[in-house]
Design a protein around this ligand. Structure first.
Ligand code: NAP
Ligand code: ZN
Length: 334
């Protein structure tokens, strides 16, 4: 399919796409889980590529540089949130990377399952020379979405961090919490992932269906990051929080039915929160943080013609732990 990218403006960079991760959000978007999509929709918001042209006023990139694009491509730049580096919750409306009205072109945005993208330099992330490109792509969404709550709740080595759901976001939550020297507990629905959670460094790994195992985790976690793609019963995870602890839901973005006991909440002052990706400065920070510590998402490279099969495996909880579409090999061969 041919999609039109806008002509290069003075502050735009034109990026030839080399890799793009597959986030569960892509699947929600094409299936219309959140809203009926405006078609055509081109998903993909974990983009890494090479800058091939820059506008006359661009200072951050030169042709040949490697750049990343995450979940958003524009925001007002003037509201309280944008001024505080929280462009992802711009009060005048963040422009997301795909399926959103594009204020500049007047059309809609198209994501990274594509040959190239044009984006304002403010929303492009510098990828340090020498960084492995395929495994950098998932940092632009899965990485920042789990890094941001770890930073906001100021995770220290004294923390135990719970991670619910060991998929793309979940495995990055484990790696990044460990990098903050926290202890980690993984809560999974997949028996086959218990051993993997330990291999990744979690000191505890529990099946939700194991009632005894769940009750042994009572009052153990300071912070829990939940990455489950749909609504789920939260009380068992609230039980696993310490008093004053917080459950941050980054997964389920549809209606939540938390099914919580008001009495237990009153007695414990536990909190439920959400978190939306992270700002551009924080996205740059997590990319640099992962490069400095050699933290790499675990990726399985696929060809563009394997996207449907990859979606099926993500829905079956059978991704270890991020599919990344490899456009680079085909471009090298061409
Ligand atoms: P993913 O790779 O599919 O991982 C989700 C994991 O959740 C699964 O691997 C599975 O782990 C667990 N799970 C439990 N019940 C499930 C069910 N009914 N169906 C599928 N998985 C289930 O997904 P992801 O890319 O990490 O994204 C997770 C969610 O976060 C999605 O809803 C996505 O839209 C959302 N998201 C939010 C933000 C944000 O900014 N807030 C950013 C990116 C993505 P176990 O096998 O261990 O149980
Ligand atoms: Zn995503």
């Amino acid at each position: 399919m041919t999609i039109q990218r806008r002509a290069l403006g003075p502050k735009d960079v034109h990026i030839d796409i080399l890799y793009c991760g597959i986030c569960h959000s892509d699947i929600h978007a094409v299936r219309g889980d959140w809203r009926v999509p405006d078609l055509p929709i081109v998903p993909g918001h974990e983009i890494v590529g090479r800058v091939v042209a820059v506008g006359s006023a661009v200072t951050k990139f030169r042709p040949g540089d490697i750049a990343g694009v995450g979940c958003m491509v524009d925001s007002c730049g003037e509201c309280e949130n944008c001024l505080a580096d929280r462009e992802q919750i711009c009060l005048n409306g963040t422009t997301f990377t795909y399926g959103a009205p594009d204020k500049i072109s007047g059309g809609q945005t198209y994501g990274g399952y594509a040959d190239s993208i044009v984006v304002t330099e403010r929303f492009a992330i510098r990828i340090p020379p020498g960084m492995d490109l395929a495994s950098t792509a998932p940092i632009l969404c899965a990485g920042i979405t789990t890094f941001s709550p770890l930073r906001h709740w100021q995770v220290t080595p004294a923390f135990r961090v719970g991670v619910v759901g060991l998929g793309g976001l979940g495995h990055m939550a484990v790696k990044l919490a460990l990098a903050h020297q926290a202890q980690v507990t993984v809560f999974t629905t997949s028996p086959g992932k218990i051993a993997d959670a330990r291999r990744l460094g979690a000191s505890e790994a529990v099946l939700w269906s194991d009632a005894q195992g769940m009750s042994r985790q009572a009052n153990s976690c300071d912070l829990i990051i939940a990455t489950v793609p749909e609504g789920f019963s939260m009380q068992p995870f609230f039980n696993a929080l310490k008093n004053d602890g917080t459950l941050v839901n980054v997964g389920a973005l549809g209606s939540l039915n938390p099914d919580l006991s008001g009495m237990l909440l009153a007695f414990s002052r536990k909190k439920l929160s959400g978190s939306m990706i992270g700002g551009i400065a924080e996205t740059q920070q997590v990319v640099d943080y992962c490069f400095a510590r050699n933290i790499r998402p675990e990726v399985e490279l696929i060809r563009p013609d394997q996207i449907q099969a990859a979606y099926r495996r993500v829905l079956d909880k059978d991704v270890r732990y991020r599919f990344v579409i490899d456009f680079a090999s085909a471009k090298r061969a061409a």
